[in-house]
Design a protein around this ligand. Structure first.
Ligand code: GUN
Length: 302
């Protein structure tokens, strides 16, 4: 079997078109969703993610407030900025790009964000609400993974899902979302990690394998069954190459956690890297920002 490739760019484009129409409707009511992006330091990957987030806001008509701070910014100054953004009525979402430079206390910063503006879904209040099945901002990458599965017709109810990776950003929230008693859950979930014995024994049973380990070739063809659905959340920078648009500029060579070429010969559906999960993460951030603006304005249809 050769897999059908899940086109994350297309699913993201469809969702962004839906959101753009929604933003236009909100504008008629003089509601403009606003996202504040906070980037501390010069990490090249973080800078490119933040630029992409700001561009996406512009494309949809979402107001974006750019806050780029020096790597030696103090905890006190960063906390003061968060407090200012919490109070700003133009801002519906606050995103602090992680990881923060060494010396800054990430947990304290995340805790300071107003949970009603926590469009990343990282605040413990939102994490707790998600776990008990209450309405909450869902973290963007796991929510994007679930949208990719649903919008490609993958049945989650009763499916055996094996997640490889237990991060706070992907593995843990994804496992929680997939076991919820609702239309985007009802799966049977196993979470594997670096201390798992016989990883292949788990992945071979799975109807759906989700790789989020942060290491190339974590999932190889001998580790999956025929017809499996594979979602690759990994983004590993394995080298550099000249840009297609401007050969004088170098761009990163990206590789996922899955041996794509070999696994696609056994799978029924698979995401590529890039062009799979990546475009969905930003889309779900925009989705949460629009949701937050609607809640702030007292419009809450779901
Ligand atoms: N760093 C890597 N992924 C993310 C994300 O989804 N949100 C934030 N804030 N930082 C990240």
């Amino acid at each position: 079997m050769t897999a059908q490739i899940i086109d994350g760019k297309q699913v993201a484009a469809d969702m962004r078109a839906e959101l753009k129409a929604e933003v236009a409707e909100l504008k008629k009511k003089e509601i403009v969703p606003g996202l504040a992006v906070v980037l501390v330091g010069e990490d090249p990957a973080s800078k490119s993610y933040v630029t992409a987030k700001e561009r996406a806001c512009e494309e949809l008509g979402i107001y974006s407030d750019d806050n780029r701070l020096a790597a030696d910014t103090s905890q006190k100054d960063l906390m003061a900025l968060i407090k200012k953004l919490n109070k700003d009525p133009k801002i519906n979402g606050i995103l602090v790009q992680l990881p923060l430079p060494d010396g800054l206390n990430e947990a304290e910063v995340l805790l300071a964000i107003d949970p009603a503006k926590d469009v990343d879904g990282f605040h413990p209040v939102n994490v707790g609400k998600m776990v008990v099945g209450e309405k909450a901002f869902l973290p963007c990458t796991p929510h994007g993974v679930i949208q990719l599965l649903i919008r490609n017709g993958v049945k989650l109810e009763g499916a055996e899902v094996v997640i490889v990776g237990r991060s706070n950003i992907v593995g843990k929230p994804l496992a929680n979302m997939l076991i919820q008693k609702n239309a985007t859950g009802n799966a049977t979930v196993t979470v594997c990690h670096t201390r798992t014995r016989n990883l292949a024994g788990h992945t071979r049973r799975a109807d759906i394998v989700i790789a989020a380990a942060g290491r190339p070739d974590t999932v190889t063809a001998d580790m999956v069954k025929d017809g499996v659905v594979v979602i690759d959340v990994g983004v590993n920078r394995v080298g550099e190459k000249p840009s297609k648009k401007d050969p004088n500029r170098m761009v990163a060579i990206l590789k996922g956690d899955v041996d794509f070429e070999a696994v696609k010969e056994k799978a029924s559906l698979i995401t590529p890297v890039p062009g799979g999960v990546g475009p969905m993460t930003i889309t779900m951030l925009l989705y949460n920002t629009v949701e937050s603006a609607k809640r702030a304005a007292g419009i809450d249809e779901n």
